[in-house]
Design a protein around this ligand. Structure first.
Ligand code: 26V
Length: 809
């Protein structure tokens, strides 16, 4: 499409949609018209992609995830379609500013954090690599809550992201399926002697799919993200009420059905044993598998070849009911025997674990489960029995080991065990994490069948996190090394030839400065805080969690402030500490942490005696879009989790790709970042994973010892409770107790000294401008290693057996 063609089509679209002239139209009208034009433009390729997949009978991969954190799509789609320039220039000639329209789009925040954002990056990479890979999830009416800071405290508001409609979704009523809950199971013996199971008196709920096109990077591929919405199955009978009571009941029933897809659960570490959550999990898994089966059968494939044509990947255990649900479909609907069904199921399904935190591992009480999903429960029971029998043959007499591996034990169903037993591949998300799975969490399974276990280090899409988020850096790179790196991000390594080129590095620094200016303006206009542009922008953005140790960052800031109060002339590069992240509404310590950061900010930012050497900014409502502003503006990336606890991290990769230097522990993918850039281009500190794990196992750590021996620690800890902070004296007592009386579960105090020291090294390096710029360059140059394209290529080749299918226009 050329510019003139674009303008003409756009005006026609605007008029047809709104019955208004350009002059009469609102910004929102203009945005809707652009979305609609793009839908028209995308459709032929979407149809073509699906037709080709079918005609070639390409294997299809379905990525099942209870979260997809997409962010905004308009700008990304324009880039992927190669239309951004035409669109921007065409609109400009019509007097419309594209960036204003882009702001109209809501962030699709259908995720808590890393796990949901990873799913979104993977969809982008699958489309870019011309791989037949699609997403399956839930269309939540409300995304993760909107965070506001009121009087330093986090308050949660509903995220009504769909209120003005969503331009990217296609409701497909014709593809709706029914999902059954409750009821009971009756077995009957058929004439041929086979036992069959009838699921009776169940409640059927309608699952309506909304499809979102996932557009590949300039390659004509358009894959599908299918999100399911819960509706009344029999809309008509809802109107056959006889009296007011019936009416009220009918409304209540309708609400109870729609509740299934209404809210995203906001706590990503404490799985609540809530019925609604279990309903959500079964709802999208059952709907997704049923629709896959329909598609598979319409292509006239034989069910025996299912796993050759279909792969189902489960993103953590939330979709683990895919195992018994696929068994149910194969046995009850397709009439296969157990062994054949089991073979197909395990060959189809693969599983990624995303956390080793014990509190985040899902279990469901048997009673509750059995009432809600009686047939699925029967199947899990049988899976368990057969598996335990197999174990018994392999480990006769080893009761303890078998109990530790059983899918059902102590009255609960262990979802991670179900996922491991029911899939052909199990992986962690960074080398260290995969090792910990194999040596600790899933050790027994690893011993039993080591061939199942793999590592697939996470990645991020460089198209969003570099091309979209940092267009100036993108242009600088392309001018220097050509554009081939966009298809082959490992070619970013070619940048290393500029390692000694002071002009190039100065250009890098200038771009960083420009990105910092944008952020400074934003901070000033939103929070009224003026930030020194030339200070070190030191950023920690992620969910607020004890194991991620925002508290360590805070205690260090308090320490720096103490030093400055003693000596305002202290020789330090000015620092701006920036935080963003949401605390789960019920997570007390996390919410106190948010409050502490904000209170500290209000004290420090108003203190004239420290000559603007320190600023603390908490930015509200962290989201994909906010991330796109923060990563490009960062000098320093805080990745300071307790070693062994952060499975991978992906923010670390986004910072690196935008030329920030990591200060971090040897945890998750930080280790691989260090391997890539070399120890001179990253700042590592603190306990190793082995040391942390040994403390957990054998004890031997006493927080009071650190408190008593390190006067800096003693001082900041006391400041939490001695009235030094301008709030009620006892406000932060729970934090104090958490660190001292409960012995500092995540070794914050233990790592304090090493962290202070690491920050001094950092300060020192930042002063050597040339050296610092070289470090930035090395980080960018090696970041291609962390493109999700690489990760997805590995999954496709090693786990999914998935091949490219190039779509010609
Ligand atoms: C658990 C739950 C429990 C019930 C309520 C809702 C909910 C939502 C998500 C989760 C899973 C949390 C696991 C998770 O997000 N892990 C993160 O995965 C990232 C991608 O692999 C990884 O980079 C992070 O290190 C890891 O913490």
């Amino acid at each position: 499409m050329d510019k003139e063609g674009f303008k003409e089509t756009y005006i026609r679209k605007l008029q047809a949609l709104h019955g208004k002239s350009l002059e009469e139209s609102s910004i929102h009208d203009q945005y809707i018209a652009l979305g609609s034009l793009l839908r028209d433009y995308i459709s032929p390729n979407w149809i073509k992609t699906n037709q080709q997949y079918k005609a070639n009978s390409d294997k299809q991969l379905y990525y099942f995830s209870i979260e997809f954190l997409l962010g905004k799509l308009l700008d990304m789609n324009l880039i992927n379609l190669g239309m951004k320039e035409v669109c921007q220039d065409g609109l400009a000639e019509l007097g419309i500013n594209l960036s204003v329209l882009l702001q109209q789009e809501p962030d699709a925040g259908l995720g808590n954090g890393g796990l949901g954002r990873l799913a979104a990056c993977f969809l982008d990479s699958m489309a870019a690599l011309s791989l037949p890979g699609h997403g399956c999830g839930i269309r939540y009416t409300y995304g993760l809550f909107e965070q506001k800071i009121v009087k330093n405290y986090q308050v949660e508001l509903p995220d009504n992201w769909l209120k003005d409609g969503y331009i990217w979704e296609y409701r497909r009523t014709d593809k709706a399926v029914e999902v059954s809950f409750g009821g009971h199971v009756r077995s009957i013996v058929k004439a041929d002697g086979r036992v069959c199971y009838l699921h009776e008196s169940a409640e059927a709920i309608l699952a309506v799919p909304y499809d979102i096109p996932m557009i590949g990077y300039q390659n004509n591929t358009v894959n599908t993200l299918r999100l399911w919405s819960a509706e009344l199955a029999h809309n008509d009978c809802y109107f056959t009420f006889r009296n007011r009571n019936d009416f009220v009941k009918a409304i209540e029933y309708k609400n109870s059905v729609e509740r299934i897809s209404k809210y995203l659960y906001p706590d990503d570490t404490h799985p609540e044993g809530r019925l609604l959550r279990l309903k959500q999990e079964y709802f999208f898994v059952s709907a997704g598998l049923q629709s896959i089966l329909k598609g598979f059968k319409s292509a006239n494939h034989k069910i025996q070849f299912f796993s050759e044509k279909i792969g189902v990947h489960i993103n953590d255990t939330h979709p683990a009911l895919a195992v018994p649900e696929l068994m149910r479909i194969l046995i009850d609907d397709e009439n296969l025997g157990w062994d054949e069904a089991w073979q197909i199921t395990t060959q189809t399904i693969s599983y990624t674990n995303h956390t080793v935190l014990p509190e985040a591992l899902e279990t469901w009480p048997v009673d509750m489960f059995q009432n809600l999903l009686p047939r699925i429960y029967m199947i899990i029971e049988e899976i368990n029995q057969r598996f335990c029998k197999e174990l018994w043959e392999h480990y006769p007499g080893q009761w303890g080991r078998i109990a530790d591996m059983a899918v059902i034990a102590d009255g609960v169903i262990h979802m991670a065990r179900l996922a491991v037993v029911g899939s052909h591949s199990v992986n962690g998300v960074a080398k260290l994490h995969s090792d910990i799975l194999q040596q600790y969490l899933l050790h027994n399974y690893y011993q039993y069948d080591p061939t199942k276990f793999h590592n697939k280090t996470n990645g991020i899409t460089h198209r969003r996190w570099l091309l979209k988020a940092n267009p100036q850096l993108t242009d600088l790179i392309s001018n220097a090394i050509g554009t081939n790196w966009i298809a082959e991000p490992k070619e970013l390594l070619l940048l290393r030839k500029y390692a000694k080129d002071t002009v190039f590095k100065e250009q890098l620094a200038t771009i960083k400065l420009k990105n910092k200016i944008k952020l400074v303006d934003h901070i000033y206009s939103h929070y009224g805080i003026s930030v020194n542009l030339h200070s070190i922008f030191d950023i920690q953005i992620k969910r607020i969690h004890a194991y991620k140790r925002q508290i360590l960052n805070v205690l260090h800031i308090m320490h720096l402030y103490n030093e400055l109060k003693i000596n305002p002339q202290l020789d330090m590069v000015p620092r701006t500490f920036i935080f963003a992240g949401k605390a789960a509404p019920g997570y007390y310590i996390a919410k106190q942490t948010v409050k502490l950061i904000n209170i500290l900010g209000s004290v420090i930012n108003h203190d004239k005696t420290i000559q603007d050497k320190l600023k603390v900014v908490f930015m509200e409502n962290y989201s994909v879009s906010l991330g796109e502003m923060l990563f490009p503006a960062a000098d320093v990336s805080e990745q300071i989790s307790t070693a062994s606890k952060e499975a991978s991290g992906t923010g670390n990769m986004k910072f690196m790709m935008n030329g920030a230097i990591t200060i971090g522990t040897l945890d998750g993918a930080n280790i691989e970042i260090e391997e890539a850039v070399g120890p001179e281009n990253i700042i590592i500190f603190g306990l190793t994973a082995q040391q942390a794990l040994d403390y957990y196992k054998h004890g031997g750590y006493n927080a009071w010892d650190v408190y008593n021996e390190d006067m800096r620690v003693k001082k900041v800890i006391e400041q939490l409770v001695n009235g030094y902070l301008p709030d009620e004296r006892e406000e932060f007592r729970p934090l104090y107790d958490y660190l001292l009386r409960h012995n500092d579960e995540f070794f914050v105090l233990k790592d304090f000294a090493a962290y202070v020291d690491a920050h001094q090294r950092l300060d020192h390096k930042f002063r050597q401008k040339q050296h610092w710029q070289s470090m930035c360059l090395e980080n960018i140059a090696h970041s291609g290693l962390f493109s999700s394209d690489k990760t997805i290529r590995e999954y496709a080749a090693e786990t999914w057996n998935l091949e490219r299918s190039i779509i010609r226009r």
